[in-house]
Design a protein around this ligand. Structure first.
Ligand code: F0G
Length: 464
């Protein structure tokens, strides 16, 4: 088959051949199974590609970048479910499902890249963009990884899938399990996830357990459960999740017409997403789709900053786990599973790590909102972190910057309402610092139901 054949016949693509490799000792494993940690050294596995199989059966060891880019572009006009998915559209760089298996897809991916003019003025960075992963079917970036990992769970015949979660993974997993005819088990920290996220997993039919512990505690319990029962783990230690999440970076490059932004900034929680985006950039360079790398920087909340602390205190030689606390509950994680993978891509791309305060997060979220774009608190750490990286001179005003917004505003409306009512920090140690937020607060105005009352309010707003 020639490159031209593949371009005119989008179905007849090259099929990737992949294996799993331990990131610690390099041990290689043939196919997927339940264990995502190496039996020899305990480190995590990652997917790597050894070649591509053409329709005629011959194997090639590289992709033709120009032809593949064109193939991906052509699929945008296709009605096949696999092509309508903004993840499986890039299937040449994803593990291949068996011939008789279809992916479980909610048409994830295909998320917008927005300019942020008002945030650009605030930071002094003229070319500032948001890649809004909150515009996925369940409202967060998790869907891009879930479509891949859930499809492999079904292919392997699992009846049950499970995750520990701060809310978004569980919402996504429950949805994909339901679509794929599987049952799902969710372990969440009691009282520490938003109602929006919790309600999603309930509606999608998950068995939802609130445990009296934090995310890290839920993870510890779940690791035992999956050892004892035939339950497939869908946390981001699952390397198939990482592969799906990679596609956001590929789609971003495509949206930039394959020019490479100077910086990509991402929130850090369990550190799967930063690992995934970095892996994509490295693979795209290795395959010749791009010739240089963006610097990938990771931002954590000050109260949930194990990666920042570990890098500052021991150069990242070992992780210093902690008891995490932040109102950005999505990233309230003290013992991130994928820290080694994340550290590797931060180093390989020349990125930075930074931490931001609770008030800085709340302010940044309102500033993103003022650009007409809603995100959840965890996503806003990116803008708060960017301000610091600009101040330090790490990001130059002439450079192009992409903030990865990971979750939708409606995921956590309670945070937003408390912010605007001025209640977010009342009675806390952040109260004094929070005075900077007042100009951004817009509490609902309670009025008599009269035209005059509304007109008077309008006049006052005009003068303000
Ligand atoms: N942003 C949002 C909105 C998230 O939900 C998460 C993680 C992150 C950022 C951090 O990504 O863990 O890959 O570094 N949420 C997980 C969950 C932990 O259970 O929903 P990460």
């Amino acid at each position: 088959m020639t490159v031209t054949d593949r371009m005119t016949n989008p179905g007849a693509a090259l099929q990737p051949i992949s294996k799993l490799r331990c990131i610690g000792c390099g041990a290689v494993r043939q196919s997927s199974s339940k264990d995502f940690r190496c039996l020899d050294c305990g480190d995590l596995f990652e997917v790597f590609y050894t070649g591509w199989k053409a329709a005629g059966g011959e194997t090639v060891d590289a992709l033709d970048a120009a032809a593949t880019r064109e193939l991906w572009r052509q699929r945008l006009g296709s009605r096949l479910p696999m092509d309508e998915s903004g993840v499986w559209r890039f299937r040449e760089v994803l593990p291949a499902l068996g011939e008789r298996h279809q992916p479980i897809t909610l048409r994830e991916g295909k998320t917008p890249l927005y300019e942020l003019p008002s945030c650009a003025r605030i930071t002094g960075v003229q070319q500032l963009y948001a890649k809004h992963q909150g515009m996925n079917p369940t409202g967060s970036f998790k869907d891009t990884g879930m479509t891949v990992a859930a499809s492999f769970a079904r292919q392997e015949g699992f009846r049950w899938v499970a995750c520990a979660s701060t809310g978004n993974t569980s919402a996504s997993m429950a949805a994909y399990a339901a679509r794929g005819g599987m049952r799902s088990l969710v372990l969440i920290p009691e009282g520490k996830i938003s109602w929006g996220k919790l309600s999603q997993s309930l509606d999608y039919g998950a068995v939802t357990c609130q445990l009296s512990t934090d995310f890290d505690g839920c993870m510890r319990v779940l690791n035992q459960v999956v050892q004892r029962m035939p339950v497939y783990l869908l946390n981001s230690v699952n390397p198939f999740r990482i592969e799906g999440q990679k596609t956001a970076a590929i789609e971003l490059l495509e949206q930039f017409d394959w020019r490479v932004p100077d910086h990509v900034i991402v929130p850090g929680g369990n550190l799967g997403n930063s690992s995934a985006l970095g892996k994509a950039f490295l693979e795209m360079r290795e395959l010749g789709f791009i010739s240089r790398l963006p610097k990938l920087s990771v931002i954590q909340a000050e109260g949930a900053n194990p990666l920042v602390r570990s890098i500052r205190e021991n150069g990242g030689a070992r992780l210093i786990p902690m008891q995490a606390e932040t109102l950005a509950t999505a990233i309230r994680i003290g013992d991130p599973a994928s820290w080694k993978k994340a550290l590797r891509v931060i180093k390989a791309t020349g990125g930075a790590v930074e931490q931001v305060s609770e008030v800085e997060i709340a302010l940044a979220k309102a500033e993103i909102g003022a650009d007409g774009i809603g995100c959840e608190p965890a996503s806003a750490v990116t803008l708060a972190g960017l301000k610091k990286l600009v101040k330090q001179g790490f990001v130059k005003p002439v450079e192009s910057v992409v903030l990865v917004l990971t979750g939708h505003l409606l995921k956590d409306p309670e945070f937003t309402l408390k912010f605007h009512r001025g209640d977010l920090f009342s009675g806390t140690s952040h109260e004094a610092e929070a005075s900077v937020l007042s100009t951004h607060q817009r509490a609902p105005i309670v009025l008599d139901a009269t035209v005059d009352a509304v007109l008077k309010t309008l006049e006052q707003a005009e003068k303000a």
